[in-house]
Design a binder for this molecule. Structure first.
Ligand code: UFG
Length: 350
């Protein structure tokens, strides 16, 4: 008897292969669910009673973060694996988080960004489109480029200034064509700066190497690095440093839950997800000092390529249509959850 691999698992007691008929139906397929945002979405959906199936190649994600649902280690390059997954599991909706996200790296090595973020997403869409009619895409405010107006609304022109932003915009364009031709609906969520961690500190932000501002500052607070570099101090902003709109990862997760409900209504939409407040790099460093009570040494460095001076989003559309509202609207609450998680991570990994 030839047993399809995905329908097998080794019984821990008998050490025998057991044939398992698909136990799950109506699953949410979370691609990149071992990563920072995907794992928080998995937690929230699982707590809401959804059955989840996680695919992750663990190049950036952590298996320890897949605490809910069923896990398959695999890559979007593997078209045969994708075909098998869509054949064998009853998938109701796909959420796609698996992407490279470092703006600077994308300028140095655009090839990896177009392969990972565009080509691999096409593999996913092609495997999915016959079977599944709901798709949620992790997009980014990097699709806008240098903003002409603040706060940025969804109808602001898209002129990305990095291959990363361009790779995400390419997928948004593909989604528009695919959804029309192949008859499915999608929601594209343009995240501003994701930050913070699960308030129960089960999961959080863990990138290796770390490039994001808040965890880098917290590394300095904990003594893991000597200083924080401030990339650019002569931007056209009040204190000369870049301004960003930080949005809590659980608020992002909640927007995915609401987007799923919208897709039940047979609609495609694009939404910004931000808090609508901007904080400069220097302000974030000051807030981290206050919350951690630690000294944080800084060094003024040259600008990082691909960084727009100010990014602040208007999320009015998400509030109106999704009835979504950030619960962590205060930057201190966001950084407090990040700090709790950061201390736990460092206790466990050092
Ligand atoms: N920064 C520093 N020093 C550091 C790290 C960052 O000064 O050591 C600055 C950056 O120059 C930027 C700000 O802090 O001005 C925030 O930087 P992050 O790297 O934390 O975040 P980005 O704004 O570059 O990128 C994030 C996501 C991207 C997304 C982008 C949209 O990681 O996926 O927001 O702006 F596209």
């Amino acid at each position: 008897l030839k047993v399809p691999q995905l329908l097998c698992e080794i019984s821990p007691h008998k050490k025998l292969y057991n044939i398992i008929t698909p136990r799950y139906n109506n699953m949410i397929f979370i691609v990149g669910g071992a990563g920072y945002i995907g794992s928080h979405v998995n937690k929230l959906l699982s707590n809401e009673g959804y059955k989840t199936l996680i695919l992750d190649n663990l190049s950036k994600g952590h298996e320890e973060f897949v605490k809910w649902g069923k896990f398959i280690k695999g890559d979007l390059k593997d078209k045969r694996l994708l075909a098998r997954i869509f054949k064998e599991y009853d998938i109701n909706a796909v959420m796609h988080f698996a992407a490279l996200t470092d703006v600077r790296e994308s300028i140095q090595d655009p090839g990896s960004y177009y392969k990972n973020n565009v080509k691999n997403t096409l593999n996913l869409l092609d495997a999915m489109r016959e079977n599944v009619k709901k798709f949620i895409f992790s997009s980014t405010c990097a699709v806008y480029g240098n903003p002409l107006e603040i706060p940025i609304t969804e109808d602001h022109p898209c002129n990305p200034i990095s291959p990363y932003g361009r790779s995400k915009l390419m997928i948004e364009n593909i989604l528009e064509d695919y959804s029309r031709a192949y008859d499915f609906n999608y929601v594209s969520l343009r995240y501003f700066n994701a930050a913070g961690a699960d308030p129960q500190t089960e999961i959080g932000e863990w990138h290796e190497p770390e490039t994001h501002l808040i965890p880098i500052i917290l590394d300095a607070a904990i003594g893991k690095r000597e200083n924080v570099q401030i990339f650019g101090t002569d931007y056209p902003t009040p204190d000369g440093t870049c301004i960003r709109d930080y949005i809590h990862v659980m608020d992002l997760a909640n927007a995915h839950y609401k987007a799923l409900r919208l897709l039940e209504e047979d609609k495609s939409e694009i939404f910004n997800l931000g808090n609508g407040n901007g904080f400069s790099v220097k302000e974030i460093i000051e807030t981290c000092k206050e919350i951690t009570g630690e000294k944080i040494h800084t060094i003024e460095s040259k600008k990082r390529p691909g960084d727009p001076p100010i990014l602040i989003g208007s999320s009015k559309k998400a509030k109106r249509i999704l009835r979504w509202r950030p619960e962590f609207a205060d930057i201190k609450d966001i950084i407090e959850t990040a700090w709790e998680w950061h201390q736990k991570l460092n206790r466990e990994t050092i």
